[in-house]
Design a protein around this ligand. Structure first.
Ligand code: AMP
Length: 281
Protein backbone atom coordinates (compact mmCIF):
# COMPACT_ATOMS: atom_id res chain seq x y z
CA UNK A 1 0.00 0.00 0.00
CA UNK A 2 1.29 3.45 -0.91
CA UNK A 3 0.56 6.22 1.61
CA UNK A 4 0.31 9.85 0.51
CA UNK A 5 0.01 12.93 2.67
CA UNK A 6 0.32 15.55 -0.06
CA UNK A 7 -2.23 16.39 -2.70
CA UNK A 8 0.33 16.87 -5.45
CA UNK A 9 1.95 13.49 -4.81
CA UNK A 10 -1.29 11.52 -4.87
CA UNK A 11 -2.52 13.39 -7.93
CA UNK A 12 0.69 12.52 -9.81
CA UNK A 13 0.42 8.87 -8.80
CA UNK A 14 -3.23 8.64 -9.79
CA UNK A 15 -2.58 10.33 -13.09
CA UNK A 16 0.05 7.63 -13.88
CA UNK A 17 -2.44 4.91 -12.93
CA UNK A 18 -5.08 6.52 -15.13
CA UNK A 19 -2.61 6.40 -18.03
CA UNK A 20 -2.44 2.63 -17.38
CA UNK A 21 -6.25 2.64 -17.71
CA UNK A 22 -6.74 1.49 -14.13
CA UNK A 23 -10.26 1.96 -12.81
CA UNK A 24 -10.28 3.74 -9.48
CA UNK A 25 -12.54 2.87 -6.55
CA UNK A 26 -12.54 5.47 -3.79
CA UNK A 27 -13.58 5.00 -0.15
CA UNK A 28 -13.51 8.23 1.90
CA UNK A 29 -13.45 7.66 5.68
CA UNK A 30 -12.70 9.43 8.93
CA UNK A 31 -10.59 6.53 10.20
CA UNK A 32 -11.07 4.48 13.38
CA UNK A 33 -11.71 1.77 10.84
CA UNK A 34 -13.88 -1.27 11.48
CA UNK A 35 -15.28 -4.18 9.47
CA UNK A 36 -17.94 -1.88 7.95
CA UNK A 37 -15.26 0.29 6.34
CA UNK A 38 -13.34 -2.81 5.27
CA UNK A 39 -16.44 -4.18 3.51
CA UNK A 40 -16.37 -1.01 1.36
CA UNK A 41 -12.67 -1.57 0.58
CA UNK A 42 -13.42 -5.17 -0.41
CA UNK A 43 -16.23 -4.11 -2.73
CA UNK A 44 -13.98 -1.44 -4.29
CA UNK A 45 -11.28 -4.06 -4.83
CA UNK A 46 -13.74 -6.41 -6.51
CA UNK A 47 -14.94 -3.74 -8.93
CA UNK A 48 -11.71 -1.81 -9.67
CA UNK A 49 -8.03 -2.21 -10.44
CA UNK A 50 -6.97 0.46 -7.94
CA UNK A 51 -8.52 0.99 -4.50
CA UNK A 52 -7.96 4.34 -2.82
CA UNK A 53 -9.00 4.96 0.78
CA UNK A 54 -8.76 8.32 2.52
CA UNK A 55 -8.65 8.97 6.24
CA UNK A 56 -9.46 12.55 7.17
CA UNK A 57 -11.41 13.70 10.20
CA UNK A 58 -13.08 16.64 8.55
CA UNK A 59 -13.53 19.53 11.00
CA UNK A 60 -16.08 21.34 8.82
CA UNK A 61 -18.71 18.62 9.21
CA UNK A 62 -18.72 18.70 13.02
CA UNK A 63 -21.24 21.19 14.33
CA UNK A 64 -20.29 20.11 17.88
CA UNK A 65 -16.64 20.88 18.70
CA UNK A 66 -16.60 18.36 21.56
CA UNK A 67 -17.71 15.62 19.18
CA UNK A 68 -14.74 16.47 16.96
CA UNK A 69 -12.31 16.50 19.89
CA UNK A 70 -13.54 13.10 21.06
CA UNK A 71 -13.63 11.51 17.63
CA UNK A 72 -11.49 8.35 17.93
CA UNK A 73 -8.16 8.31 16.10
CA UNK A 74 -6.24 5.06 15.56
CA UNK A 75 -4.08 5.61 12.50
CA UNK A 76 -1.55 2.81 13.16
CA UNK A 77 -4.30 0.20 13.60
CA UNK A 78 -6.13 1.62 10.56
CA UNK A 79 -3.04 1.18 8.38
CA UNK A 80 -2.72 -2.42 9.58
CA UNK A 81 -6.37 -3.13 8.68
CA UNK A 82 -5.98 -1.54 5.25
CA UNK A 83 -2.80 -3.55 4.58
CA UNK A 84 -4.59 -6.77 5.51
CA UNK A 85 -7.52 -5.82 3.28
CA UNK A 86 -5.16 -5.28 0.34
CA UNK A 87 -5.98 -1.61 -0.13
CA UNK A 88 -3.68 -0.09 -2.78
CA UNK A 89 -3.51 3.57 -1.76
CA UNK A 90 -4.12 5.50 1.44
CA UNK A 91 -4.52 9.27 1.36
CA UNK A 92 -3.81 10.68 4.82
CA UNK A 93 -3.82 14.47 4.52
CA UNK A 94 -3.53 17.02 7.33
CA UNK A 95 -6.23 19.66 7.88
CA UNK A 96 -3.85 22.25 6.44
CA UNK A 97 -3.38 20.19 3.29
CA UNK A 98 -7.13 20.03 2.66
CA UNK A 99 -7.98 23.57 3.82
CA UNK A 100 -4.77 25.61 3.40
CA UNK A 101 -6.42 29.03 3.42
CA UNK A 102 -9.29 28.32 5.76
CA UNK A 103 -12.46 26.46 4.90
CA UNK A 104 -14.35 29.21 3.19
CA UNK A 105 -12.13 29.20 0.10
CA UNK A 106 -13.50 25.85 -0.89
CA UNK A 107 -16.74 25.19 -2.64
CA UNK A 108 -19.84 24.22 -0.72
CA UNK A 109 -23.06 22.82 -2.14
CA UNK A 110 -26.70 23.35 -1.33
CA UNK A 111 -28.61 20.13 -0.73
CA UNK A 112 -31.93 21.88 -0.20
CA UNK A 113 -34.60 19.79 1.54
CA UNK A 114 -32.10 17.08 2.54
CA UNK A 115 -30.27 19.63 4.65
CA UNK A 116 -33.40 20.63 6.56
CA UNK A 117 -34.58 17.29 7.98
CA UNK A 118 -33.30 14.57 10.36
CA UNK A 119 -29.47 14.77 10.40
CA UNK A 120 -29.61 18.12 8.62
CA UNK A 121 -31.92 19.55 11.29
CA UNK A 122 -30.07 17.96 14.24
CA UNK A 123 -26.61 18.88 12.99
CA UNK A 124 -26.76 22.29 11.29
CA UNK A 125 -23.98 22.69 8.74
CA UNK A 126 -23.12 18.99 8.81
CA UNK A 127 -23.97 18.21 5.19
CA UNK A 128 -22.40 21.44 4.02
CA UNK A 129 -19.14 20.15 5.54
CA UNK A 130 -19.66 16.66 4.11
CA UNK A 131 -20.28 18.08 0.63
CA UNK A 132 -17.27 20.35 0.94
CA UNK A 133 -14.81 17.64 1.94
CA UNK A 134 -16.10 14.91 -0.36
CA UNK A 135 -16.18 17.43 -3.22
CA UNK A 136 -12.58 18.32 -2.48
CA UNK A 137 -11.50 14.67 -2.23
CA UNK A 138 -13.30 13.77 -5.47
CA UNK A 139 -11.41 16.56 -7.26
CA UNK A 140 -8.13 15.15 -5.93
CA UNK A 141 -8.74 11.41 -6.46
CA UNK A 142 -10.96 11.60 -9.58
CA UNK A 143 -12.38 8.09 -9.03
CA UNK A 144 -14.58 6.09 -11.39
CA UNK A 145 -16.54 4.62 -8.49
CA UNK A 146 -17.31 6.01 -5.04
CA UNK A 147 -18.15 3.56 -2.21
CA UNK A 148 -20.30 4.69 0.69
CA UNK A 149 -22.27 2.93 3.42
CA UNK A 150 -26.04 2.70 3.80
CA UNK A 151 -25.40 3.15 7.53
CA UNK A 152 -25.44 6.90 6.76
CA UNK A 153 -28.60 6.84 4.63
CA UNK A 154 -29.14 10.59 4.39
CA UNK A 155 -25.46 11.10 3.58
CA UNK A 156 -25.86 8.59 0.73
CA UNK A 157 -28.67 10.73 -0.70
CA UNK A 158 -26.58 13.88 -0.30
CA UNK A 159 -23.58 12.32 -2.06
CA UNK A 160 -25.78 10.96 -4.87
CA UNK A 161 -26.83 14.58 -5.42
CA UNK A 162 -23.29 15.91 -5.11
CA UNK A 163 -21.89 14.01 -8.12
CA UNK A 164 -24.15 15.67 -10.76
CA UNK A 165 -23.83 19.03 -8.94
CA UNK A 166 -20.08 18.80 -9.52
CA UNK A 167 -20.65 17.82 -13.14
CA UNK A 168 -19.31 14.31 -12.43
CA UNK A 169 -21.93 12.57 -14.49
CA UNK A 170 -19.83 9.43 -15.05
CA UNK A 171 -19.07 8.87 -11.37
CA UNK A 172 -20.87 5.80 -9.99
CA UNK A 173 -21.96 6.16 -6.39
CA UNK A 174 -22.20 2.68 -4.92
CA UNK A 175 -24.12 2.20 -1.69
CA UNK A 176 -22.92 -0.77 0.38
CA UNK A 177 -24.99 -2.59 3.03
CA UNK A 178 -24.60 -1.76 6.72
CA UNK A 179 -22.19 -4.09 8.52
CA UNK A 180 -23.52 -5.07 11.96
CA UNK A 181 -22.26 -6.66 15.14
CA UNK A 182 -23.71 -10.06 16.11
CA UNK A 183 -26.46 -8.41 18.18
CA UNK A 184 -27.47 -6.11 15.32
CA UNK A 185 -25.71 -2.92 16.42
CA UNK A 186 -24.51 -1.08 13.30
CA UNK A 187 -20.72 -0.91 13.30
CA UNK A 188 -19.52 2.63 13.92
CA UNK A 189 -16.29 4.30 14.94
CA UNK A 190 -18.26 5.85 17.78
CA UNK A 191 -19.10 2.41 19.24
CA UNK A 192 -15.61 2.14 20.68
CA UNK A 193 -16.45 4.98 23.06
CA UNK A 194 -19.36 3.04 24.58
CA UNK A 195 -18.85 1.73 28.10
CA UNK A 196 -19.53 -1.97 28.68
CA UNK A 197 -23.08 -1.38 30.02
CA UNK A 198 -23.83 1.12 27.23
CA UNK A 199 -22.59 -1.39 24.64
CA UNK A 200 -24.92 -4.06 26.07
CA UNK A 201 -28.03 -1.90 25.59
CA UNK A 202 -26.96 -0.26 22.31
CA UNK A 203 -28.56 -2.98 20.14
CA UNK A 204 -31.94 -1.55 21.16
CA UNK A 205 -31.69 0.83 18.19
CA UNK A 206 -31.51 -2.12 15.81
CA UNK A 207 -34.36 -3.85 17.67
CA UNK A 208 -36.53 -0.76 17.22
CA UNK A 209 -35.80 -0.69 13.47
CA UNK A 210 -36.71 -4.38 13.17
CA UNK A 211 -39.93 -3.70 15.07
CA UNK A 212 -40.84 -0.77 12.78
CA UNK A 213 -40.19 -3.00 9.77
CA UNK A 214 -42.06 -6.04 11.06
CA UNK A 215 -45.19 -4.12 12.07
CA UNK A 216 -45.75 -2.34 8.76
CA UNK A 217 -48.75 -4.49 7.82
CA UNK A 218 -50.39 -4.52 11.24
CA UNK A 219 -49.82 -1.25 13.09
CA UNK A 220 -49.98 2.53 12.85
CA UNK A 221 -46.54 4.12 12.68
CA UNK A 222 -47.24 6.63 15.48
CA UNK A 223 -47.97 3.75 17.88
CA UNK A 224 -44.80 1.85 16.92
CA UNK A 225 -42.81 5.10 17.10
CA UNK A 226 -44.03 5.70 20.67
CA UNK A 227 -43.11 2.11 21.65
CA UNK A 228 -39.62 2.68 20.25
CA UNK A 229 -39.17 6.00 22.04
CA UNK A 230 -40.28 4.39 25.32
CA UNK A 231 -37.95 1.43 24.82
CA UNK A 232 -35.01 3.69 23.97
CA UNK A 233 -35.70 5.83 27.07
CA UNK A 234 -35.98 2.71 29.26
CA UNK A 235 -32.49 1.68 28.09
CA UNK A 236 -31.04 5.10 28.89
CA UNK A 237 -31.11 6.69 25.42
CA UNK A 238 -32.23 10.22 24.63
CA UNK A 239 -34.02 9.98 21.30
CA UNK A 240 -33.37 12.66 18.68
CA UNK A 241 -35.68 11.13 16.11
CA UNK A 242 -37.52 7.94 15.22
CA UNK A 243 -38.69 8.59 11.67
CA UNK A 244 -40.25 6.93 8.66
CA UNK A 245 -39.56 8.29 5.19
CA UNK A 246 -39.93 7.57 1.52
CA UNK A 247 -36.70 5.71 0.75
CA UNK A 248 -36.34 7.45 -2.64
CA UNK A 249 -36.29 11.09 -1.53
CA UNK A 250 -36.60 11.04 2.28
CA UNK A 251 -40.02 12.70 2.28
CA UNK A 252 -41.12 12.18 5.87
CA UNK A 253 -44.16 9.94 6.35
CA UNK A 254 -46.56 10.07 9.27
CA UNK A 255 -47.74 6.52 8.59
CA UNK A 256 -46.79 3.43 6.61
CA UNK A 257 -47.62 3.86 2.94
CA UNK A 258 -48.63 0.96 0.73
CA UNK A 259 -46.56 0.29 -2.41
CA UNK A 260 -43.92 2.81 -1.33
CA UNK A 261 -40.28 1.92 -0.62
CA UNK A 262 -39.73 3.21 2.92
CA UNK A 263 -36.82 3.66 5.29
CA UNK A 264 -36.94 3.88 9.08
CA UNK A 265 -34.28 6.08 10.66
CA UNK A 266 -33.22 6.54 14.27
CA UNK A 267 -30.79 8.89 15.98
CA UNK A 268 -30.30 8.62 19.73
CA UNK A 269 -27.74 9.57 22.33
CA UNK A 270 -26.45 7.58 25.27
CA UNK A 271 -24.22 9.63 27.55
CA UNK A 272 -22.38 11.90 25.11
CA UNK A 273 -22.30 9.33 22.32
CA UNK A 274 -24.63 9.84 19.39
CA UNK A 275 -25.62 6.80 17.35
CA UNK A 276 -27.60 6.60 14.10
CA UNK A 277 -29.00 3.69 12.14
CA UNK A 278 -31.64 2.93 9.54
CA UNK A 279 -33.43 0.05 7.84
CA UNK A 280 -35.39 -0.30 4.63
CA UNK A 281 -39.04 -1.07 5.39
P1 AMP B 1 -16.98 7.35 8.45
O1 AMP B 1 -15.56 6.98 8.69
O2 AMP B 1 -17.88 7.08 9.61
O3 AMP B 1 -17.12 8.72 7.86
O4 AMP B 1 -17.50 6.35 7.34
C1 AMP B 1 -16.84 6.22 6.11
C2 AMP B 1 -17.73 5.42 5.18
O5 AMP B 1 -17.97 4.14 5.75
C3 AMP B 1 -19.10 6.08 4.97
O6 AMP B 1 -19.49 5.90 3.63
C4 AMP B 1 -19.98 5.28 5.92
O7 AMP B 1 -21.34 5.27 5.53
C5 AMP B 1 -19.37 3.91 5.81
N1 AMP B 1 -19.71 3.10 6.98
C6 AMP B 1 -19.64 3.48 8.28
N2 AMP B 1 -20.11 2.49 9.07
C7 AMP B 1 -20.51 1.49 8.25
C8 AMP B 1 -21.10 0.21 8.46
N3 AMP B 1 -21.40 -0.23 9.69
N4 AMP B 1 -21.39 -0.55 7.39
C9 AMP B 1 -21.11 -0.11 6.12
N5 AMP B 1 -20.55 1.08 5.86
C10 AMP B 1 -20.26 1.87 6.90
Amino acid sequence: MVIFKNINDIKKYISLKKDEERSIGFIPTMGALHAGHISLIQKAKEDNTLSVCSIFVNPTQFNDKKDLEKYPVSTEADIELLLNAGCDVLFLPSVNEIYPDGDSNFKTYDFGYLDTILEGAQRPGHFKGVGQVVGRLLEIVEPDNLYIGQKDYQQCMVLKKLAPMMGLNDLNVIICPTAREADGLAMSSRNRRLTEPQRVVAAVIYQCLVSIQSKKQTAQFDVVKKECEDLLAAKGFVTEYVALADARDLTLLSNYKKDTPMVALIAARIGDIRLIDNMLV
